[in-house]
Design a protein around this ligand. Structure first.
Ligand code: XMP
Length: 556
């Protein structure tokens, strides 16, 4: 399988570059920008085969590296924080594409200069690209597909976000595109297969962005389309079967998309009798959650589903606690204790494998193969658990989704016929309702919040936007939060002293940053009415209009 390597210098869009190229059908991997590339480049160095646009030798090398992309960065190349790539990228002969910081990096590393702009360029900026006789790039595969005819130019809107610019080009570099403000926007090397863009082709607002990435991946790196979810599924199934043989496998499921899809994969790759699924109902779950999880997993032919009911234990451990960190720590610790106790109760042989629904974006730092700036949303099932660590040491951990992005997991789930509702579900934090009941958690408050939250979600599923999509599907995550305050109201001429509920609905790509979902006000007013009419303990409903940052998505 052909592969494009992305060196991550910390840009918010590094992950997006990877996803876009996978959308084109080519496998990508991300490494920290300063990673030692000795091994990766040695594997790629076969018969000088990667000269851009040159003949493509047939080989059967696994994950064959065909080109390298240097990502953008919040840093500047002239500060100590600006990471430097392994210098061997400049002598290995592979095609390089520098994006924003990546371009500036290539320029400075090869003798050019970069300086701050008098004014930062941000957003849509017109770019004019030229090809042809007079600019020295004739006969070379270009970055813009067919591109303009020789000697002609073409203008389109690109997406910029930079505070520095190239001021002197490195020897051999040639400016073939210029921004409307007069700064270099596209740079190519006269002889080497090196390209640089001051803008971000991976962003959807960038006109011709996909065309440019496609030109690099197929025209310049000569990649073959070889990444598809079906092929991936087949390979992973075969690898799982070969590795596990007839040993039992235990997967801790949370009911979220990742662990459900991991369960589906295990159940189809192995004999379902080998697969043990364990789910802990902490009593901090959403309404009917355990029933829904059970139904979804049984539909997948799960035969050994161990549902552990531990509401009492969690609620008594939480009694009297109102500090958010103390609540989180108590839940995390108890989770680990109960998990170990319950796993021991299953009496599996010591050689059992422990499976986890870890995603590509959950992997951290070099040792585990993802750029150091990659976002981490850890499920509390797999953070620092001694059970997981012990199994990892023994080489008995299976992470069948560790090469996939979230949306790819959803797609895989579809192929595996996972329940549609389970795939569409909004994320839910490990500590559950405990971080949505501000202050002390009680059984009564869990009940009130569960009801209110279920109404909010039911209303979102039922309401459509102007494009006909349900609001639930438009929103990245929505939930209700029970505040630790009561306020005065009136119900049927009687004074009411009810709890205050906050509704939260956000838009996001990955939970790292979030915007407020811009509800039509009529929807909010109607939803508030249904909630206060149905859940008598709630007297007032508010809508949280904070984005992340500065707020976080959850309230605690
Ligand atoms: P914050 O509140 O940090 O949340 O903006 C970002 C995303 O992570 C989820 N979240 C968690 N998920 N265990 C999890 O598995 C946790 O402890 C946890 N805390 C927050 C949150 O729901 C949002 O999607």
């Amino acid at each position: 399988m052909d592969k494009i390597l992305i060196l991550d210098y910390g840009s918010q869009t590094t992950q997006l570059i990877g996803r876009r190229i996978r959308e084109l059908g080519v496998y990508t991997e991300i490494l920290p920008g300063d990673a030692d590339l000795g091994e990766a480049l040695a594997a790629a160095a076969v018969r000088g085969s990667n000269t851009a646009g040159g003949p493509r030798p047939e080989d059967r090398t696994e994950n064959r590296l065909r080109g390298i992309i240097l990502s953008g960065s919040p840093e500047s190349v002239y500060t100590p924080e600006g990471a430097v790539p392994d210098p061997r990228i400049y002598s290995c002969g592979l095609p390089l594409l520098g994006i924003c910081y990546g371009l500036q990096r290539m320029n400075v590393d090869n003798g050019g200069t970069v300086e701050p702009l008098p004014k930062r360029e941000y957003g849509g900026v017109k770019i004019t690209v030229r090809t042809g006789r007079r600019n020295g790039s004739e006969g070379r595969p270009g970055l813009s597909g067919k591109g303009p005819a020789p000697g002609r130019s073409e203008t389109f809107t690109a997406w910029m976000s930079h505070g520095d610019t190239l001021t002197t080009l490195a020897p051999g570099f040639l400016e073939t595109g210029t921004s409307e403000t007069g700064y270099p926007a596209v740079v190519v090397h006269r002889e080497k297969p090196w390209y640089g863009l001051q803008f971000h082709p991976e962003v959807t607002h960038c006109e011709r962005g996909m065309e440019i990435l496609s030109s690099f991946v197929f025209g310049i790196c000569r990649c073959k389309k070889s990444w598809s979810m079906k092929a991936y599924m087949k390979t992973v199934r075969a690898e799982l079967a070969a590795r596990v043989k007839d040993a039992p496998v235990l997967l801790l499921v949370s009911g979220g998309v990742d662990s459900t899809v991991a369960a589906a994969l295990l159940l189809t790759a192995l004999d379902p009798d080998q697969v043990h699924l364990m789910y802990m109902d902490t009593g901090l779950m959403r309404k009917d959650e355990t029933l829904q999880v059970k139904a979804a997993l049984e539909k997948l032919d799960a035969r050994h589903l161990h549902i552990v009911l531990c509401e009492e234990e969690f609620l008594s451990a939480l009694a009297g606690l109102s500090d958010p960190e103390a609540k989180r720590k108590t839940i995390g610790d108890l989770f680990i204790t109960l998990q170990e106790r319950e796993v021991a109760r299953l009496g599996l042989p010591e050689t059992y494998f422990l499976a986890q629904g870890t995603l590509y974006t959950d992997m951290i730092e070099s040792g585990r193969g993802v750029g150091k700036k990659a976002h981490v949303i850890k499920s509390h099932h797999n953070v620092g658990s001694p059970l997981v660590e012990a199994k990892r040491q023994e080489g008995l951990i299976i992470e069948p989704l560790d090469k996939l992005y979230k949306d790819e997991v959803r797609f895989l789930g579809k192929l595996l016929k996972v329940d549609k509702e389970a795939l569409r579900r909004h994320p839910f934090p490990g500590p559950g309702l405990a971080v949505r009941i501000l202050g002390e958690v009680t059984k009564e408050k869990c009940g009130i919040l569960r009801e209110a939250d279920a109404i909010f979600i039911r209303e979102l599923r039922r309401r459509k936007n102007s494009a006909g999509n349900s609001l639930y599907d438009e929103i990245w995550q929505a939930f209700a939060v029970l505040l630790p305050i009561r306020s005065v109201g009136v119900a049927g001429d009687v004074r009411k002293y009810g709890w205050v509920l906050a509704l939260r609905a956000i838009t996001s790509a990955d939970g790292m940053t979030a915007g407020v979902y811009p509800f039509p006000s009529q929807d909010l007013i109607e939803i508030s009415t249904v909630i206060t009419n149905t859940v008598k303990e709630i007297g007032r409903v508010t809508y949280d209009i904070s984005s992340k940052p500065p707020a976080t998505i959850e309230w605690e």
